[in-house]
Structures are given as C-alpha cells and as structure tokens.
Design a protein. Structure first.
Length: 96
C-alpha cells in the first residue's frame, strides 16, 4: 500500500512563529525525505509556509522537481476568479 503524507512543510527562513511547528531555522527536503524513509512514507504533499518563509515556494518547487515521485505541492489560489485558471496551467508546467 502506498502511503502519502497529506501535508509537510519545508522552510529555510527562520523559526516558525507557530509553536506547534518544529522550532528549527530550517527544515529541508533532505530532512523530510529522511523522516519519510524512516516512517515508511512513500510520498508527501508540500504545503509551503510562506507566512514565515517567503522562499518556501521555491524550496517546494525544487523538491518536487528533484523528487517528482515523492513530492507534490499544494497550490493556493482563489476559486472564484477567472485568472486562477491561467495560474494552474503555469504551475503544472513549472514542475516538469
């Protein structure tokens, strides 16, 4: 059975303000992959924490590009605007 973690976060821009998160200055794709392997998790969806790390989207894109069989990225966009359709098309091209 394939096991997918529904939400992981990668960051490199300092400690999270929310104390429920690990209080470390960075948590990289290598950290996540190590823990996934130890736990027997096959894949994960990255939820970029842009609220505390403005570079989080770039980290997520890099992780998904390097490990497309292990990572996908949660996109956040307004559902009620026509411009969102164009965003989705651009995002799917970025990960290839």
């Amino acid at each position: 059975m394939r096991i997918v973690d529904a939400q992981v976060r990668l960051w490199s821009g300092g400690k999270p303000a929310n104390l429920r998160h690990r209080q470390v200055p960075q948590f990289t794709k290598d950290d996540v992959l190590k823990e996934m392997d130890e736990a027997g998790v096959n894949a994960a969806i990255i939820h970029p924490p842009t609220s505390w790390d403005p570079n989080a989207n770039a980290l997520a894109i890099e992780a998904a590009r390097l490990h497309p069989d292990r990572f996908a990225i949660l996109g956040n966009f307004p559902l009620d605007t026509p411009e969102s359709r164009a965003l989705i098309g651009g995002w799917t091209k970025e990960s290839r």
